[in-house]
Write a protein of this length. Structure first.
Length: 357
């Protein structure tokens, strides 16, 4: 189906997108986003955000920017501000999965598939490389007519954008949190585009894209910080996490002084070695949550058994760093319980604990 868009509809959409991006940026971050977008010279802009927004809208009209060009602006914003979204990691399964499709071909297939599934929408597709990964922006804007309005509505709605991150040669990919229907359609589209048989949820989620990538794609017993380093090189807004570990292992203060005997030195060193083996010795991947779903039976008395369903969440800015600190201070039982020790090795932060059958 071909949908002919009136110029004023396109203009309203582009103006709405520009306003949404400018509004969500600070003055400093907006400068970096516009640099990455690369469509407007910074010398053309001055004044407060409201004036910059108006200037950008005027430039877009004068230069006849398309909706695809405007979409590149939102993608540039998301690449530099990915922590503002919640991401889920999935894996493609099947014998004929195509891991190395040409990026332009993949974008075209995704857009076509979504367009066929949503005939009442126009689908925009944008694509850019960033920090070792291929980023896609897919936006579905409705062409349905409002009651009493002869023209189709084309107002921009940032909730209709979903972002997809793929990695060269890997069956794993990330999707930003979106509406249930949009997410389902995108999963179907990428399954069809790559020839996969199905998509599997890896139970790995979070806000820090580089950490999720390092966990999901690591091939060694411990993840390295490859993607985090690439992001820090390419993203001037990235926070360099754990460059200086403020809270270090307290046992080292005694181990380096020969005339002070620490009676628990051996135990502390043992804890440190275990934690280093489990969580890594370098900066820990950033996960904001660990989730455990329990579905187990337990004995109230000899002849009375009850069923228990519960969910336990551990939350924080970096739960692996927090667990490591607690472990070094002896607040976690050793040997570490399997559900704590397997977070990194299994590359997941959501677990279901059930009775053995």
């Amino acid at each position: 189906m071909v949908v002919f868009l009136c110029s004023n509809m396109s203009e309203n959409y582009i103006n709405g997108l520009i306003k949404a991006v400018v509004t969500r940026c600070t003055a400093d971050s907006l400068r970096e986003v516009l640099k990455r977008w690369g469509r407007v010279g910074l010398t053309q802009l001055s004044g407060n955000k409201a004036k910059v927004c108006a200037d950008l809208q005027n430039i877009a009209k004068r230069e006849q920017f398309t909706m695809e060009i405007a979409g590149d602006l939102e993608l540039a914003y998301m690449q530099l501000n990915s922590s503002k979204k919640f991401w889920k990691v999935f894996q493609l399964k099947g014998a004929n999965v195509k891991h190395d499709l040409d990026p332009r071909s993949l974008r075209l297939k995704l857009v076509r598939s979504l367009q066929l599934k949503k005939m009442d929408c126009v689908v925009d597709g944008n694509m850019r490389m960033f920090a070792g990964a291929l980023w896609f922006r897919l936006h579905l804007h409705s062409t349905r007519r409002k009651r009493g309005n002869k023209q189709a509505t084309q107002a921009y709605n940032h909730s209709n954008s979903v972002f997809l991150i793929t990695f060269p040669g890997s069956p794993k990919f990330m999707i930003s949190r979106a509406g249930v229907q949009i997410c389902r359609l995108v999963l179907q589209a990428i399954t069809e585009a790559t020839g996969a048989e199905r998509v599997v949820d890896t139970n790995l989620t979070g806000h820090h894209v580089a950490s999720l990538a390092d966990l999901a794609l690591h091939s060694q017993p411990q993840p390295d910080d490859k993607f985090r380093k690439m992001e820090e090189r390419e993203n001037p807004l990235a926070v360099k996490i754990n460059k200086k570990r403020k809270c270090t292992d307290q046992s080292s203060s005694f181990e380096d002084i020969s005339f002070v005997v620490d009676d628990t030195r051996h135990l502390k060193r043992q804890r440190k070695e275990v934690l280093s083996k489990v969580y890594g010795s370098g900066p820990h991947p950033v996960l904001e949550k660990l989730e455990y779903k329990f579905d187990v039976s337990h004995n109230i008395s000899k002849d009375n058994q009850a069923h228990c369903r519960a969910m336990v969440e551990i939350k924080g800015k970096n739960v692996l760093e927090g667990l490591s600190k607690l472990g070094r201070e002896g607040f976690i039982k050793f040997p570490l319980p399997k559900h704590l020790a397997s977070v990194v090795s299994l590359s997941q932060n959501s677990f279901s604990i059930k009775d053995k059958t």
